[in-house]
Design a protein around this ligand. Structure first.
Ligand code: NDP
Length: 297
């Protein structure tokens, strides 16, 4: 068997087109654009790339982008004051503080300062709690993107065995909550899990969010399973001095057994920003007290 490739890039492009239509509809009804503020502290090169790309995608979707770039030595109190101003700004529907923050700033304190109704990253404990008890809130972008890909591929997920490898607050835990919400039987594996290969072999759905290049091998995968590879790992490339990206799953051996699999790059990665725009737009409709068309995004 050769697995079908789950094309996250194409799915994300379609989602972004829908978001652009809804952003235009929002602007007509609200008399203003939906707005997303992105805050970057310091000069981390990867974070700079992410922030630039988030700003560009926001504008392409017809939304307003507010970029705040602060020096690495910004005091925690000054960052908290900026978050307060953004909380109070009616033009700002969503606030994203790019992580990681410099070490002298307490990330949890900053996340806690964001108004949960503008927390489009879904990292605030209020949103984690809402997800856990099944109330509407904001769900972290990467796992929500994974769920969209799974539902697009499989339709109804109820009754399926799902194994999530990784238990981070950003990916693994919210992914598990989402799958429970879809009535899957969910196992969460992590670095202390015994006989991981045997655990993974039970799964109809495998979500790998580990950060270890090509750790999950093809002979861990149940024939016909659907594999979502969240990992983004940079490893040495074929040519000297060059690098390439690989996932947490050994793609070639897994694709020989699975029924469908996300590639790296081009699978989960492109979904993350598309879902961020989706969350920002949902925030805008909610914050403006307007009714988002049902099942629109
Ligand atoms: P974290 O490092 O926060 O979490 C990794 C998890 O993997 C932990 O729960 C850890 O277990 C578990 N783990 C580590 N080693 C093993 C092992 N040998 N066996 C089983 N489990 C193990 O990472 P993130 O969740 O933030 O990210 C995971 C991956 O996803 C990374 O490659 C990251 O780059 C990628 N990523 C991709 C995104 C995208 O947009 N596509 C967005 C976010 C992340 P324990 O808790 O016991 O330490």
């Amino acid at each position: 068997m050769t697995a079908a490739v789950i094309d996250g890039k194409a799915f994300a492009a379609t989602l972004r087109a829908r978001i652009a239509d809804l952003a235009a509809a929002f602007e007509l009804q609200a008399g203003r654009k939906a707005g997303l503020a992105v805050v970057l502290v310091g000069e981390d090169p990867a974070s700079q790339v992410y922030v630039r790309s988030k700003g560009k995608s926001t504008i392409e979707a017809g939304m307003a982008s507010f970029e705040h770039k602060l020096p690495a030595d910004t005091a925690e109190a000054d960052l908290l004051a900026l978050v307060d101003r953004l909380n109070a700004d009616p033009a700002v529907d969503g606030i994203l503080v790019q992580l990681p923050l410099p070490r002298h700033i307490d990330e949890q304190k900053v996340i806690a300062a964001i108004n949960p109704d503008k927390d489009v990253d879904g990292f605030h404990v209020t949103n984690a709690g809402r997800l856990a008890v099944g109330q509407p809130g904001f769900v972290p972008c990467t796992p929500l993107g994974c769920l969209m890909l799974l539902k697009d591929r499989l339709g109804d997920l109820s009754g399926l065995d799902a194994v999530v490898i990784g238990r981070s607050n950003i990916v693994g835990k919210p992914m598990a909550q989402l799958l429970i919400g879809e009535s899957c039987t969910v196992t969460v594996a992590h670095s202390r899990t015994r006989n991981l290969a045997d655990v993974v072999r039970r799964a109809d759905i495998v979500v790998a969010a580990v950060g270890r290049p090509e750790m999950v091998k093809g002979d861990w995968i149940k024939p016909g399973a659907t594999v979502i590879d969240v990992g983004i790992n940079r490893v040495p490339g074929a040519a000297e001095g060059k690098t390439r990206l690989v996932g947490d799953v050994d793609y070639a051996s897994a694709a020989a057994v699975a029924s469908a699999i996300t590639p790296v790059p081009g699978g989960v990665g492109p979904m993350t920003i598309a879902v961020l725009l989706r969350n920002a737009l949902v925030a805008a409709w909610r914050n403006a007290g307007l009714e988002l068309p049902a099942d629109a995004i």
